[in-house]
Design a protein around this ligand. Structure first.
Ligand code: SF4
Ligand code: SF4
Length: 333
């Protein structure tokens, strides 16, 4: 398939869906609404912001109380998440697990067409420096990430197309694309079991309460929460009741474990009342609690948190210090 064929595919998609894709703006890539298919980026680089706004809006009304409970009328536009990298598809796989029984998430998700994209491993040139978990594009990798359609670009600029769901397959057939391969989703966990380095790292974080790193971070981290805002796997939320004249709205908003109210409870107690506790709570969740509960990493190694941190806190360096054995091994792979 040529790039021209892919442009035709996206032109057809654009007639049915709003397309969000990595778009270049001021020399930086952002996930944005693409008004024209020419704006869609094919570098394979990771956009600075994540896709979570599409799947989990920063604020949504769950129901309104006016004497009776009234569920908010569903208004989920047809959206295409175009050219998501494998790392972001892994994060999406985590949302699918966490929100598997959430009707709001599920209804929105059904209206989203997920188009994955790869052009080699992300940021291949400095890959070994920052990866936490292996991210080679192994043959079986597509079986373990959710997508409807996947586009694989080779070094000559030619494309292979895969369908990963009935929705994807039906769309390709409707658009009269015959050259594609079906991939059957086999769950997020590979056949060989959960990532061993992830499990080792989880153990190290659990035992790290007295590690000097936490005191060092306590002194430099602003608790601004930018890292959590851009992180594709940060899915925590808060609920807020917003009163109006004759009604009350229950809203769900993005939570952020760096913000003061995050672990505040009635009576004034706050379980993460120091920066040190907040940042450790964040690492614990990603590297210990999420893997324990879902058997998948709570971090997909996208490096966004490091790029946006105003004081240069580098998650990979920190993980290296907490568990040099794990990250040295992964860098060699
Ligand atoms: S972005 Fe950096 S300074 Fe801000 S909360 Fe995260 S680690 Fe701390
Ligand atoms: S590298 Fe940072 S931003 Fe990316 S998934 Fe891991 S914690 Fe989140």
């Amino acid at each position: 398939m040529t790039k021209q064929n892919i442009d035709i595919l996206f032109k057809k998609i654009l007639k049915e869906y709003q397309i969000y894709a990595p778009v270049l703006a001021n020399k930086e890539l952002f996930v944005k609404k693409a008004l024209n298919i020419k704006e869609i980026d094919y570098s394979g680089r990771i956009p600075l912001n994540s896709w979570k706004q599409l799947f989990l809006p920063d604020c949504e009304t769950l129901f309104t109380y006016t004497g009776n409970f009234k569920k908010e009328k569903a208004n989920y536009p047809k959206v295409c998440a175009g050219n998501m990298t494998i790392l972001d598809l892994r994060a999406l796989g985590l949302y699918d697990l966490v929100f598997s029984e959430d009707p709001y998430y599920q209804q929105r998700r059904q209206n989203i067409l997920v188009v994955g994209f790869s052009f080699g491993a992300p940021n291949e040139e400095n890959f070994a420096d920052w990866k936490v978990f292996s991210m080679k594009l192994e043959e079986n990798i597509l079986e373990h990430v959710p997508f409807d359609i996947f586009l694989e670009k080779d070094k000559k600029g030619n494309f292979k197309i895969y369908s990963g769901s009935i929705k994807g397959q039906e769309l390709l057939e409707k658009y009269k694309i015959k050259e594609y391969k079906n991939i059957k989703f086999a769950g997020l966990i590979p056949e060989e079991g959960p990532d061993k380095r992830m499990l080792e790292l989880g153990k190290s974080i659990k035992k790290s309460a007295n590690h000097p790193l936490w005191d060092e971070l306590d002194k430099i981290c602003f608790a601004c929460g930018k890292c959590s805002l851009v992180c594709p796997t940060c899915f925590c939320f808060d609920t807020e009741d917003v009163p109006d004249k004759d009604s009350v709205k229950r809203q769900r908003l993005w939570g952020n474990c760096f913000y003061p109210e995050f672990t505040a409870i009635a009576g004034g107690k706050n379980y993460t009342d120091t920066v040190k506790k907040k940042i450790k709570f964040w690492y614990d969740h990603k590297f210990s609690r999420i893997p324990a509960e879902f058997k998948v990493p709570g971090c997909v190694s996208c490096n966004r948190c490091t790029l946006v941190c105003p004081v240069g806190i580098d998650i990979i360096k920190n993980l290296n210090r907490l568990n040099s054995k794990v990250t040295k091994k992964s860098a060699k792979k």
